[in-house]
Design a protein. Structure first.
Length: 574
């Protein structure tokens, strides 16, 4: 337990009243809040022995099972809890979370809708329903839900999950407000660790990276080549703190070989924080932030003297325990800096590294991918929650202007594909012109990308890893850089690639440019040839140079000089 942990008092309470089921339920809740799923499960089972079928105990048991990735068990427990307490909106929400991860997408939507119907004035419930409807491309009532959520953030009435809020048309100020509200919520229940023993002054800077994505995951894919290059930078001693178990992937093996990897899967918040502190980390990078599966509570305990927001969460943390945000001059221009709680450190290149050893194999025939034998292939392989009505309508306008073209998308959860086809029909586009790719192993996905002629980006949440994948596979990316970090990542990649013409000013320019390229085969070939040249000579994919710049940034953050001067020369934004 961490210092001043209230669980000690609760454990004493159950020792005094071992036959009191509510005492066990309250203890179980505290264990879960501390990130200890096993202890939480044990307390809830004790409560259920004393009070069989108690909905609060069943609900917390389901949450404990969900935290352990036992999705079917979690759904069963939470369905039983919901049946016993059908008017409890919180249990309906937890059931929604479990159904999501169990792959029961439409049932999850029903659970969130039930929770919202039970408490329609509660903005947190509106936010859960809104986020999941976005994933399902179910755009019913979208504007009303989004308005309720944004108003709650503006008025400080709810700590909405900041990651989900990135998909809204919020301003940078609203994103900062949202993140601060969530950080304040964490700060109220987390206590800092006691000061660490003094570190020796000499020696390499110990750098830690915390994530639940160290494996066959976008975070692992983006960082592996950089971490391998960092082995040549003797100024740094790099440690990975993995919240996810070993998935047996080649990426995980490469990460283990390149760094000191600490497997912390299943540990509670205090145990993870103590492991980081005991490793003597000088600069700790949070590679998850407010994204799902992260542990902001660990960062709030302050296990390292310098803590940095980088890579996976494309926005400000709003958290007093994060000192720096690592970015670049395009993705985070000076105008955006007042809306970041962190001190901004800018790399002289795109802030996003990339796996430059990804193989590009020959794709299967177009027909085997569901594509027509001829015609322009536009694609957008962003996650379904980024496919809002405005972005999809913009892409469909391009299809209308390029006869014989198709739009290639990732297959979404539940009935998302059907809903997108229905939307195309409403927009006057034959639904058969939407082609859906099922989830593929990463190498197979990259190979298929070689059939795509042009990637059509989304707003306000851009392509990030998917944009890097497309460019690596030789597919140009067309985007409209926006006002927020999340809306400028694809633009940063194009900017640092030396292809600024692929960053256009507005939707009208986007549609015009895409149609021009789609109707001019020679222009498309010339664009792809330019991308092939730029990929080799622009420096965007030079991970050895990235490693040197990253090392300089870490040094500046470790010694405090980054607060006084930028690292490198930040390129001018558009």
């Amino acid at each position: 337990m961490g210092p001043g942990d209230p669980r000690g008092q609760l454990r004493e309470a159950v020792r005094r009243e071992p036959r009191n089921p509510m005492a066990w339920i309250v203890l179980g809740d505290a264990e879960l809040e501390a990130g200890d799923a096993h202890a939480g499960e044990a307390a809830c089972r004790q409560a259920l022995q004393l009070a069989p079928g108690h909905p609060e105990a069943l609900a917390r048991l389901g949450r404990a099972q969900w935290m352990q990735r036992r999705h079917a068990d979690a759904v069963a427990s939470l369905r039983a809890a919901a049946a016993a307490a059908p008017g409890h909106p919180g249990i309906a929400v937890w059931l929604g979370h479990a159904l999501e991860d169990a792959g029961e997408a439409e049932a999850a939507a029903d659970a969130y809708a039930r929770a919202h119907a039970l408490a329609p004035g509660e903005p947190q419930l509106a936010a859960y329903l809104l986020a999941w409807r976005r994933r399902l491309c179910d755009w019913r009532g979208l504007d009303a839900l989004a308005g309720q959520v944004r108003a709650a953030v503006r008025d400080g009435r709810a700590a909405i999950e900041p990651f989900a809020f990135l998909s809204e048309d919020g301003t940078p100020a609203e994103q900062l407000r949202c993140a601060r509200l969530r950080a304040e919520q964490v700060s109220r229940v987390i206590r800092r660790l006691p000061p660490a023993p003094p570190r020796r002054a000499a020696g390499a800077i110990r750098v830690g990276l915390l994530s639940n994505g160290f494996g066959a995951h976008p975070t692992g894919l983006l960082t592996v080549a950089l971490l391998e290059a960092l082995r040549n930078e003797t100024a740094l001693d790099t440690h990975l703190f993995a919240l996810n178990p070993d998935d047996g992937s080649p990426i995980r093996r490469s990460l283990q070989a390149a760094t000191r990897l600490h497997d912390l899967a299943g540990r509670n918040h205090a145990q993870v924080a103590l492991a980081i502190r005991d490793a003597g980390i000088d600069v700790l990078f949070d590679l998850r932030g407010w994204g799902g599966g992260g542990m902001p509570e660990v960062l709030a305990m302050r296990p390292a003297p310098v803590q940095v927001n980088w890579l996976a969460y494309p926005g400000t943390s709003g958290a007093p325990w994060i000192d720096y945000a690592l970015a670049d001059g395009f993705v985070l221009p000076a105008a955006l800096e007042p809306h970041f709680s962190e001190t901004v450190v800018r790399l002289p290149r795109c802030f996003q590294p990339s796996d430059t050893r990804r193989p590009l194999t020959a794709p299967p025939p177009r027909e085997a991918c569901g594509l027509p034998a001829t015609g322009t292939v536009f694609c957008c392989f962003n996650n379904s929650y980024k496919l809002n009505p405005a972005s999809v309508a913009r892409a469909l306008a391009v299809l209308r202007g390029v006869p014989g073209s198709v739009l290639w998308l990732l297959s979404g959860p539940g009935d998302a594909d059907r809903r997108l086809r229905d939307f195309a029909r409403q927009q006057g586009v034959d639904p058969a012109r939407l082609v859906f790719m099922p989830k593929q192993p990463h190498a197979d996905y990259l190979a298929r990308l070689r059939h795509a002629d042009l990637f059509l980006d989304t707003a306000p949440y851009n392509a990030h890893t998917t944009a890097s994948d497309a460019l690596w596979a030789g597919c140009p990316v067309l985007t409209v850089p926006g006002d927020t970090f999340a809306a400028r990542v694809a633009g940063s990649l194009n900017h640092h690639l030396g292809m600024p013409a692929m960053n256009v000013a507005d939707d009208a320019a986007f549609v015009t440019r895409a149609i021009e390229l789609g109707r001019d085969a020679a222009a498309m070939v010339a664009l792809r040839d330019e991308l092939a040249r730029r990929r080799g000579d622009s420096g965007l994919f030079d991970m050895d140079a990235f490693a040197r710049d990253f090392t300089a940034a870490v040094r500046a953050m470790a010694d405090g000089s980054a607060r006084d001067a930028p690292v490198g020369e930040a390129p001018e934004p558009r």
